[in-house]
Ligand binder design. Structure first.
Ligand code: UDP
Length: 252
Protein backbone atom coordinates (compact mmCIF):
# COMPACT_ATOMS: atom_id res chain seq x y z
CA UNK A 1 0.00 0.00 0.00
CA UNK A 2 1.25 3.45 -0.82
CA UNK A 3 -0.29 6.63 0.43
CA UNK A 4 0.06 10.05 -1.10
CA UNK A 5 2.22 12.31 1.01
CA UNK A 6 0.66 15.44 2.39
CA UNK A 7 1.26 18.69 0.54
CA UNK A 8 1.74 21.49 3.08
CA UNK A 9 2.12 24.43 0.72
CA UNK A 10 2.59 25.09 -2.99
CA UNK A 11 4.35 28.25 -4.10
CA UNK A 12 5.39 29.52 -7.51
CA UNK A 13 8.66 27.60 -7.78
CA UNK A 14 8.52 25.09 -4.93
CA UNK A 15 6.24 22.68 -3.10
CA UNK A 16 6.53 21.78 0.58
CA UNK A 17 5.51 18.29 1.65
CA UNK A 18 5.20 16.78 5.09
CA UNK A 19 8.60 15.44 6.21
CA UNK A 20 9.48 11.96 7.49
CA UNK A 21 9.61 13.12 11.10
CA UNK A 22 8.08 15.94 13.16
CA UNK A 23 9.78 19.28 12.62
CA UNK A 24 10.89 18.39 9.08
CA UNK A 25 9.52 19.13 5.61
CA UNK A 26 10.47 18.12 2.09
CA UNK A 27 11.14 21.02 -0.26
CA UNK A 28 10.48 20.13 -3.92
CA UNK A 29 11.92 22.39 -6.65
CA UNK A 30 9.61 22.82 -9.67
CA UNK A 31 10.61 23.91 -13.17
CA UNK A 32 8.06 26.74 -13.10
CA UNK A 33 9.41 30.24 -13.59
CA UNK A 34 7.37 33.33 -12.79
CA UNK A 35 8.14 37.03 -12.89
CA UNK A 36 6.36 40.35 -12.45
CA UNK A 37 4.14 38.98 -9.68
CA UNK A 38 3.33 35.85 -11.74
CA UNK A 39 2.05 37.76 -14.77
CA UNK A 40 4.84 36.13 -16.80
CA UNK A 41 5.07 32.34 -16.56
CA UNK A 42 7.02 29.54 -18.19
CA UNK A 43 8.32 26.06 -17.58
CA UNK A 44 12.11 25.94 -17.79
CA UNK A 45 13.00 22.31 -18.06
CA UNK A 46 15.65 21.30 -15.53
CA UNK A 47 15.57 24.55 -13.52
CA UNK A 48 14.31 22.80 -10.39
CA UNK A 49 17.11 20.26 -10.51
CA UNK A 50 19.78 22.96 -10.86
CA UNK A 51 18.32 25.21 -8.15
CA UNK A 52 18.00 22.28 -5.74
CA UNK A 53 21.70 21.57 -6.25
CA UNK A 54 22.88 25.22 -6.10
CA UNK A 55 20.79 25.95 -3.01
CA UNK A 56 22.10 22.78 -1.32
CA UNK A 57 25.66 23.87 -2.03
CA UNK A 58 25.18 27.42 -0.75
CA UNK A 59 23.18 26.45 2.35
CA UNK A 60 25.78 23.80 3.24
CA UNK A 61 28.61 26.30 2.88
CA UNK A 62 26.71 28.89 4.95
CA UNK A 63 26.09 26.31 7.65
CA UNK A 64 29.84 25.72 7.63
CA UNK A 65 30.50 29.37 8.53
CA UNK A 66 27.82 29.36 11.24
CA UNK A 67 24.88 30.88 9.37
CA UNK A 68 22.20 28.53 10.65
CA UNK A 69 19.64 27.52 8.05
CA UNK A 70 16.82 25.11 7.36
CA UNK A 71 18.74 22.77 5.04
CA UNK A 72 19.29 19.24 6.39
CA UNK A 73 20.21 17.17 3.31
CA UNK A 74 19.37 16.70 -0.33
CA UNK A 75 17.15 13.68 -0.93
CA UNK A 76 17.18 13.42 -4.71
CA UNK A 77 17.39 15.54 -7.87
CA UNK A 78 14.47 17.78 -6.98
CA UNK A 79 13.99 17.42 -3.23
CA UNK A 80 15.71 18.37 -0.03
CA UNK A 81 14.91 17.64 3.59
CA UNK A 82 14.56 20.85 5.57
CA UNK A 83 13.68 21.97 9.08
CA UNK A 84 10.12 23.19 9.46
CA UNK A 85 10.10 26.86 10.39
CA UNK A 86 7.50 29.55 10.93
CA UNK A 87 8.24 31.80 7.97
CA UNK A 88 8.71 35.50 8.75
CA UNK A 89 6.51 37.20 6.11
CA UNK A 90 9.35 39.32 4.74
CA UNK A 91 11.67 39.21 1.76
CA UNK A 92 15.04 40.55 2.83
CA UNK A 93 16.97 41.98 -0.11
CA UNK A 94 20.67 42.87 0.05
CA UNK A 95 22.09 45.03 -2.74
CA UNK A 96 25.68 45.80 -3.68
CA UNK A 97 25.14 47.25 -7.15
CA UNK A 98 22.11 49.12 -8.51
CA UNK A 99 19.78 46.94 -10.60
CA UNK A 100 16.10 46.12 -10.89
CA UNK A 101 13.63 47.92 -8.68
CA UNK A 102 16.13 50.17 -6.83
CA UNK A 103 17.44 51.50 -10.15
CA UNK A 104 13.89 52.32 -11.26
CA UNK A 105 12.76 53.71 -7.89
CA UNK A 106 15.75 55.94 -7.25
CA UNK A 107 16.74 56.72 -10.83
CA UNK A 108 20.08 54.93 -10.63
CA UNK A 109 21.98 53.51 -13.56
CA UNK A 110 22.00 49.73 -13.63
CA UNK A 111 25.50 48.57 -12.76
CA UNK A 112 26.31 51.59 -10.58
CA UNK A 113 27.98 50.42 -7.35
CA UNK A 114 26.03 51.47 -4.26
CA UNK A 115 27.83 53.57 -1.62
CA UNK A 116 27.54 50.57 0.72
CA UNK A 117 25.52 47.36 0.87
CA UNK A 118 21.88 48.23 1.40
CA UNK A 119 19.24 46.04 3.05
CA UNK A 120 15.57 46.36 2.14
CA UNK A 121 12.46 44.61 3.47
CA UNK A 122 9.42 43.67 1.42
CA UNK A 123 6.18 42.36 2.91
CA UNK A 124 5.36 38.97 1.41
CA UNK A 125 1.89 39.38 -0.05
CA UNK A 126 1.25 38.44 -3.68
CA UNK A 127 -2.05 40.32 -3.80
CA UNK A 128 -0.21 43.52 -2.91
CA UNK A 129 2.81 42.76 -5.12
CA UNK A 130 5.21 42.44 -2.15
CA UNK A 131 5.39 46.14 -1.13
CA UNK A 132 8.59 47.55 0.35
CA UNK A 133 8.20 48.20 4.08
CA UNK A 134 10.27 49.83 6.80
CA UNK A 135 11.26 48.56 10.23
CA UNK A 136 8.43 50.72 11.61
CA UNK A 137 5.86 48.72 9.62
CA UNK A 138 7.49 45.43 10.56
CA UNK A 139 7.36 46.05 14.31
CA UNK A 140 4.00 47.89 14.30
CA UNK A 141 2.26 45.02 12.50
CA UNK A 142 4.20 42.42 14.49
CA UNK A 143 5.71 40.68 11.46
CA UNK A 144 8.98 40.51 13.39
CA UNK A 145 10.39 41.87 16.66
CA UNK A 146 13.17 44.46 16.82
CA UNK A 147 15.67 41.81 17.95
CA UNK A 148 14.60 39.56 15.08
CA UNK A 149 15.11 42.39 12.59
CA UNK A 150 18.61 42.90 13.99
CA UNK A 151 19.32 39.16 13.70
CA UNK A 152 18.02 39.03 10.12
CA UNK A 153 20.09 42.05 9.10
CA UNK A 154 23.25 40.64 10.67
CA UNK A 155 22.71 37.25 9.01
CA UNK A 156 21.86 38.83 5.64
CA UNK A 157 25.11 40.81 5.73
CA UNK A 158 27.13 37.71 6.64
CA UNK A 159 25.49 35.88 3.73
CA UNK A 160 26.34 38.83 1.48
CA UNK A 161 30.00 38.91 2.57
CA UNK A 162 30.43 35.19 2.21
CA UNK A 163 28.60 34.83 -1.10
CA UNK A 164 30.28 37.91 -2.60
CA UNK A 165 33.63 36.22 -1.97
CA UNK A 166 32.47 32.79 -3.07
CA UNK A 167 31.12 34.12 -6.37
CA UNK A 168 33.97 36.54 -7.04
CA UNK A 169 36.32 33.56 -6.74
CA UNK A 170 34.60 31.99 -9.75
CA UNK A 171 34.36 35.19 -11.81
CA UNK A 172 30.82 36.17 -10.83
CA UNK A 173 29.67 39.48 -9.29
CA UNK A 174 26.91 39.23 -6.67
CA UNK A 175 24.78 42.27 -7.57
CA UNK A 176 21.90 41.60 -5.16
CA UNK A 177 19.87 38.76 -3.66
CA UNK A 178 16.78 37.97 -1.66
CA UNK A 179 16.59 35.76 1.40
CA UNK A 180 13.82 34.63 3.71
CA UNK A 181 13.98 33.69 7.36
CA UNK A 182 11.97 31.52 9.71
CA UNK A 183 11.56 30.89 13.41
CA UNK A 184 12.45 27.67 15.16
CA UNK A 185 10.88 27.18 18.58
CA UNK A 186 12.87 25.62 21.40
CA UNK A 187 10.82 25.59 24.57
CA UNK A 188 9.96 29.16 25.49
CA UNK A 189 12.49 30.58 23.04
CA UNK A 190 12.53 31.09 19.31
CA UNK A 191 15.49 31.57 17.03
CA UNK A 192 15.74 33.04 13.54
CA UNK A 193 17.33 30.85 10.87
CA UNK A 194 17.78 31.26 7.13
CA UNK A 195 15.12 29.46 5.06
CA UNK A 196 13.74 29.17 1.49
CA UNK A 197 16.43 28.93 -1.23
CA UNK A 198 19.43 30.77 -2.59
CA UNK A 199 19.78 30.24 -6.34
CA UNK A 200 19.94 32.18 -9.62
CA UNK A 201 16.17 32.64 -9.18
CA UNK A 202 16.79 34.79 -6.10
CA UNK A 203 20.13 36.47 -6.88
CA UNK A 204 21.48 38.79 -9.56
CA UNK A 205 24.72 37.24 -10.77
CA UNK A 206 26.81 38.91 -13.46
CA UNK A 207 29.85 37.51 -15.19
CA UNK A 208 32.65 39.65 -13.72
CA UNK A 209 34.49 40.00 -17.03
CA UNK A 210 31.57 40.76 -19.37
CA UNK A 211 28.68 41.76 -17.03
CA UNK A 212 26.61 39.10 -18.80
CA UNK A 213 23.60 38.18 -16.68
CA UNK A 214 23.60 34.61 -15.35
CA UNK A 215 20.34 34.79 -13.37
CA UNK A 216 16.58 35.14 -13.54
CA UNK A 217 16.82 38.47 -15.37
CA UNK A 218 17.48 36.32 -18.47
CA UNK A 219 13.90 35.09 -18.06
CA UNK A 220 12.41 38.41 -16.88
CA UNK A 221 13.93 40.30 -19.82
CA UNK A 222 13.63 37.56 -22.48
CA UNK A 223 17.39 37.31 -22.94
CA UNK A 224 17.28 33.56 -23.69
CA UNK A 225 19.65 30.79 -22.53
CA UNK A 226 18.18 30.77 -19.02
CA UNK A 227 18.99 27.14 -18.21
CA UNK A 228 22.39 27.42 -19.85
CA UNK A 229 23.22 30.38 -17.59
CA UNK A 230 22.03 28.65 -14.41
CA UNK A 231 24.06 25.60 -15.44
CA UNK A 232 27.10 27.84 -15.95
CA UNK A 233 26.73 29.15 -12.38
CA UNK A 234 26.58 25.56 -11.10
CA UNK A 235 29.55 24.57 -13.25
CA UNK A 236 31.67 27.45 -11.93
CA UNK A 237 30.77 26.52 -8.36
CA UNK A 238 32.07 23.04 -9.17
CA UNK A 239 28.76 21.26 -8.71
CA UNK A 240 28.04 20.11 -12.26
CA UNK A 241 29.02 16.47 -11.88
CA UNK A 242 25.57 14.92 -12.00
CA UNK A 243 23.83 17.48 -14.16
CA UNK A 244 24.45 17.02 -17.89
CA UNK A 245 21.33 14.87 -18.39
CA UNK A 246 19.18 17.73 -17.14
CA UNK A 247 19.83 19.88 -20.15
CA UNK A 248 18.49 17.23 -22.49
CA UNK A 249 15.27 17.38 -20.52
CA UNK A 250 15.43 13.74 -19.53
CA UNK A 251 15.06 14.29 -15.82
CA UNK A 252 11.78 15.06 -14.13
N1 UDP B 1 13.86 38.84 -5.71
C1 UDP B 1 13.36 37.58 -5.48
N2 UDP B 1 12.01 37.43 -5.34
C2 UDP B 1 11.14 38.47 -5.40
C3 UDP B 1 11.66 39.76 -5.65
C4 UDP B 1 13.02 39.91 -5.79
O1 UDP B 1 14.11 36.61 -5.41
O2 UDP B 1 9.92 38.26 -5.23
C5 UDP B 1 15.31 39.03 -5.86
C6 UDP B 1 15.69 39.40 -7.29
O3 UDP B 1 16.01 38.24 -8.04
C7 UDP B 1 16.90 40.26 -7.09
C8 UDP B 1 16.67 40.93 -5.73
O4 UDP B 1 15.71 40.12 -5.07
O5 UDP B 1 18.06 39.43 -6.98
C9 UDP B 1 16.19 42.35 -5.83
O6 UDP B 1 15.07 42.39 -6.66
P1 UDP B 1 14.37 43.74 -7.11
O7 UDP B 1 13.76 44.41 -5.93
O8 UDP B 1 15.30 44.54 -7.94
O9 UDP B 1 13.15 43.20 -7.92
P2 UDP B 1 12.72 42.99 -9.40
O10 UDP B 1 13.78 43.42 -10.32
O11 UDP B 1 12.46 41.50 -9.38
O12 UDP B 1 11.49 43.82 -9.46
Amino acid sequence: MTTRRKKIYEGKAKILYEGPEPGTLIQYFKDDATAFNAQKKAILEGKGVINNRISEYIMTRLNGIGVQNHFIRRLNLREQLIKEVEIVPLEVVVRNIAAGSIATRLGLTEGQPLPRSIIEFYYKDDKLGDPMVSEEHITAFNWAATQEIDDMMAMALRVNDYLSGLFSGVGITLVDFKVEFGRIYEGDFSRIILADEISPDSCRLWDSATNEKLDKDRFRRDLGNVIESYTEVARRLGIMKEMPTVIQGGVH
